[in-house]
Design a protein around this ligand. Structure first.
Ligand SMILES: Nc1nc2c(c(=O)[nH]1)N[C@H]1C(S)=C(S)[C@@H](COP(=O)(O)O)O[C@H]1N2
Ligand SMILES: [Mo]
Length: 171
């Protein structure tokens, strides 16, 4: 985007960009979707029903961690973004992947089937608060109550990218 001729820095910033210098950090939902979105933690709190989770996960370096989280279901947020599959066909849904990336580049892959009510039905959250503390400044955190390990509890989420897996060889 050209900034030539724009009067102020604020006016030159795309409101949908994931990290506006003048606003709260945003989570960019992109990829094979009908409705890509750039959401703040306030959006996650205001637009979807909030769920509560009390979890214990194990960290290889720090041992067991106990936390409470509040936030919308990842499934609810992603369904509103409209993954580009035929929702009536379970086999179509079973081919889709989500890559969740934190501000430090740490990322992990989920399958759509893990959160789909017809498959794994895992109640993963996009946290808006941790231990009662709002996450507006640092960004949302992925909550995976069914994971024993903490590695997919990705903090300061900046992106969720939706894709379908490549056609396997030998079919
Ligand atoms: N963005 C980001 N999120 C992350 C990680 C990371 O390196 N970057 N580490 C994960 C790991 S290994 C654990 S155990 C949990 C909890 O880590 P903490 O106790 O250091 O917060 O965060 C997870 N989320
Ligand atoms: Mo960890």
């Amino acid at each position: 985007m050209s900034r030539i001729g724009t009067p102020t820095r604020t006016a030159a910033v795309d409101p949908a960009s994931p990290d506006r210098p003048d606003g709260p950090c945003r989570l960019l939902i992109s990829g094979r979707l009908l409705r890509p979105a750039a959401l703040t933690v306030a959006d996650l709190r205001d637009r979807w029903e909030q769920h509560h989770a009390e979890v214990i996960f194990d960290c290889a370096t720090n041992g067991p961690q106990h936390h409470t989280f509040d936030g919308p279901l990842l499934r609810d947020v992603m369904e509103d973004a409209g993954p580009a599959f035929d929702a009536r066909r379970r086999k179509d849904r079973a081919r889709f992947l989500l890559t969740v990336t934190g501000g430090d580049g740490h990322h992990a892959v989920l399958s759509w089937a893990e959160i789909d009510a017809d498959f794994g039905n895992a109640p993963m959250l996009l946290a808006t608060a941790m231990d009662g503390r709002p996450l507006d400044a640092e960004g949302s955190q992925l909550v995976v109550p069914s994971d024993r390990c903490g590695a997919r509890y990705i903090s300061a989420i900046r992106g969720i990218r939706v894709g379908s897996c490549e056609e396997p060889d030998g079919r």
